[in-house]
Write a protein that binds this ligand. Structure first.
Ligand code: HEC
Ligand code: HEC
Ligand code: HEC
Ligand code: HEC
Ligand code: HEC
Length: 239
């Protein structure tokens, strides 16, 4: 291919220290040079990877004493061993959420617990699938991301012995996703409970209150309902 030859020539030009600017031709990057082309073939490619901006997270400076923590001799992550510090400068929305929320999800100290840094077959660069739906018929695979680290067989979200996770998740005809109730990163509420549930373009309040042995939600989905792990509460029937 003519284009490939142009790129190859260009790579040589760079190697020999020639000026990095030629008219019209884009500089070759780690991915266009084919060595790491596989980083850009998945359905979702991270913006800085797409644009070949590998250096925003890696450094090729091998003179620094940084450990080659990622096993590439000439590609050393230097900004920080703490991955969240590498990610947050570009994601000030998340940084702000983490700063201002009293309740953080423990794994957020390492963003790569849930996200691929380069590309992924899943939305939001997630390592495992996690549905973006709020109402969805239950299937474990839709929540594979969360089930990597959690099982909900034994849960604090119960009324007496009744497991309210499975009650909500497996409700016939109107199963809900974790997203209906939980934030993935951090929340103003305990247990990562959302302030607002997204529903058909609206944000509906959940109004969660934790108690010592249970809690109370006055979500727009139903009137105020309470649960108690020690002594089951009889809520009024209906919505
Ligand atoms: C958003 C930050 C970020 C960008 C941009 C980025 N990387 Fe990475 N890269 C990482 C992280 C974090 C790891 C370590 C992965 C881990 O430990 O799970 C890594 C690991 C690697 C590895 C080791 C093997 C692997 O896949 O884990 C290679 C090779 C690599 N990156 C190449 C590149 C190339 C080439 C680019 C540019 C096209 C690039 N990276 C851009 C964050 C990034
Ligand atoms: C050099 C800047 C930069 C760095 C560093 C960076 N990102 Fe991004 N990231 C972006 C841009 C730009 C986008 C696309 C616009 C947006 O969604 O904010 C993006 C998008 C994302 C998305 C949404 C992708 C989607 O398709 O919905 C996730 C998730 C993400 N980044 C995670 C990370 C993680 C995890 C790290 C650290 C390993 C990281 N980012 C480091 C610039 C960066
Ligand atoms: C426990 C898993 C988990 C961890 C750890 C995690 N994320 Fe996410 N992240 C998600 C999920 C799930 C989504 C998709 C949003 C949703 O479903 O509401 C997401 C979405 C995002 C997005 C897209 C914008 C948005 O808010 O929807 C960005 C950017 C992002 N995460 C960055 C980060 C950064 C930076 C870190 C580390 C500080 C991090 N994430 C750690 C699970 C996680
Ligand atoms: C990489 C592992 C990991 C993944 C993936 C993960 N979590 Fe967690 N999560 C933890 C750890 C560790 C804790 C703290 C110990 C515990 O409660 O098990 C925690 C705690 C929680 C808590 C309780 C928080 C509190 O304040 O007590 C909730 C709620 C939660 N996770 C929801 C989720 C949801 C929803 C997902 C999927 C989007 C998810 N987690 C994915 C590791 C993970
Ligand atoms: C209808 C709302 C709702 C849905 C849907 C929901 N949760 Fe929860 N979850 C809660 C509440 C409320 C608590 C707090 C229970 C307590 O401590 O009183 C909780 C607690 C948790 C905890 C802390 C440990 C425990 O079991 O008590 C984890 C982990 C968790 N949820 C994960 C998930 C995952 C993963 C999903 C999706 C598969 C999910 N939740 C779906 C409301 C929900």
């Amino acid at each position: 291919m003519f284009m490939n030859r142009v790129l190859a020539l260009f790579a040589w030009a760079l190697l020999f220290g020639a000026a990095a600017h030629a008219q019209g031709a884009a500089a070759p990057t780690c991915t266009t040079s084919k060595c790491h082309a596989d980083l850009t073939t998945a359905a979702v490619v991270h913006e800085p990877v797409k644009s070949g901006d590998c250096d925003s997270c890696h450094s090729r400076d091998t003179t620094k004493k940084a450990k080659p923590a990622i096993g590439h001799p000439a590609l050393v992550r230097i900004q920080s061993r703490k991955i969240s510090a590498v990610c947050l400068p570009c994601h000030d929305g998340i940084e702000n959420t983490l700063k201002t929320s009293p309740h953080k999800h423990p794994p957020v100290s390492d963003c790569t617990g849930c996200h691929q840094p380069h590309s992924s077959p899943n939305r939001a660069l997630l390592k495992e699938p996690f549905t973006d739906k709020i109402h969805v018929e239950f299937d474990e695979k839709l929540f594979a991301l969360c089930f990597q680290c959690h099982t909900l067989d034994e849960t604090q979200f119960r009324n007496g012995e009744k497991n309210l996770h499975f009650f909500h998740l497996q409700d016939k005809g109107k199963g809900r996703s974790c997203r209906a109730c939980h934030e993935p990163h951090a929340s103003a509420n305990p247990k990562l409970i959302r302030q607002w549930m997204p529903y058909q373009g609206l944000l509906l309040p959940i109004r969660f209150e934790a108690t010592k042995t249970g809690g109370r939600c006055a979500a727009a989905c139903h009137g105020a309902k309470r649960y108690d792990r020690v002594k089951a509460i009889a809520n009024e029937a209906g919505r």
